[in-house]
Design a protein around this ligand. Structure first.
Ligand code: SF4
Ligand code: SF4
Ligand code: SF4
Length: 264
């Protein structure tokens, strides 16, 4: 069941990536604001923002697993590396959340957006995944219609290549969980999501397959917990678990025995 859901999710994310790219190529970038989250306050459709916040509160960061083009591109880069380096098997390990960097970045973006309108767009433009994607495919800019358009697209391409290189070199969703302000904001909400993945410690044998497949590197094998603020709802863990120990549930289970408590 989870394997089927995972295949559907991957197909959906690739389809959305293609549609998004086509919209940008055809010059309909404005349409993106009807389903994508952007940091450009002037173009935020409030309904879109509220919708995604509600969805995230209900089922976690599905926006990051299926809708954001930068997320899907990172997955493609990570998948390529897994195929080439490790025969398609995951090689991730758990890392603790870097709250200092991610919340400072979010604060920096929030503060910069309140600055004078002549300057308020610069920082968000560099870190806004939706606009980064659009800028990279902006033919008008790439063809050098204006020096600013060319510069904007050039900088965006350099940043995107850096993000994809990080994912390709084993970073998985590092950009999503340390730098992206949209991901950090969604993570604040998904921490309390109603439905989420949870490990049943009665069924778990500690094989670590889920940890190795978790590109968000947010499954702690010591205490069998999933950091919901970083989980991007990719379903990789549940699909890879041989014992069906990872459930999509609305219960918040406590650790089953004191022996499962993390060691200091
Ligand atoms: S964290 Fe940011 S870049 Fe990553 S998938 Fe979510 S919105 Fe996109
Ligand atoms: S893959 Fe399943 S059995 Fe293995 S560590 Fe993860 S939850 Fe436990
Ligand atoms: S915990 Fe599972 S669903 Fe969440 S990011 Fe990791 S592998 Fe994907």
């Amino acid at each position: 069941m989870m394997k089927t859901i995972r295949i559907i999710r991957i197909a959906l994310s690739l389809a959305i990536l293609l549609v998004t790219a086509m919209l940008v190529w055809l010059g309909h970038s404005d349409t993106l604001a009807q389903y994508q989250l952007t940091l450009n306050l002037s173009s935020i459709v409030l309904g879109v923002l509220i919708t995604w916040l509600i969805v995230t509160l209900l089922v976690g960061r599905v926006y990051c697993s299926s809708v954001c083009p930068i997320g899907t591109l990172q997955d493609i880069a990570a998948w390529l590396d897994k195929r080439l380096r490790n025969g398609g098997k995951g090689y991730y390990h758990f890392v603790f959340a870097n709250d200092r960097i991610r919340y400072l970045t979010l604060l920096l973006v929030a503060v910069s957006m309140t600055a004078d309108e002549r300057y308020s767009g610069y920082v968000p433009r560099l870190l806004d995944p939706s606009r980064l994607f659009a800028d990279c495919l902006n033919m008008h800019g790439l063809l050098g219609a204006s020096i600013f358009g060319l510069l904007g697209s050039g900088v965006a391409i350099i940043i995107l290549v850096g993000i994809l290189w990080m994912a390709y070199r084993g970073g998985g969703r590092t950009f999503c969980n340390i730098i992206c302000p949209v991901g950090t904001a969604l993570g604040v909400v998904s921490r309390a999501s109603l439905y989420h993945f949870d490990i049943d410690t009665d069924l778990c044998t500690g094989c670590n397959l889920c940890v190795q497949e978790c590109k968000a590197q947010c499954i702690n094998p010591n205490d069998h917990t999933i950091d919901l603020s970083r989980c991007v709802m990719c379903t990789n863990c549940a699909a890879s678990c041989p014992n069906r120990a990872i459930k999509f549930t609305n219960t918040r289970k406590r650790l089953s025995t004191p022996l499962m408590q993390p060691t200091a």
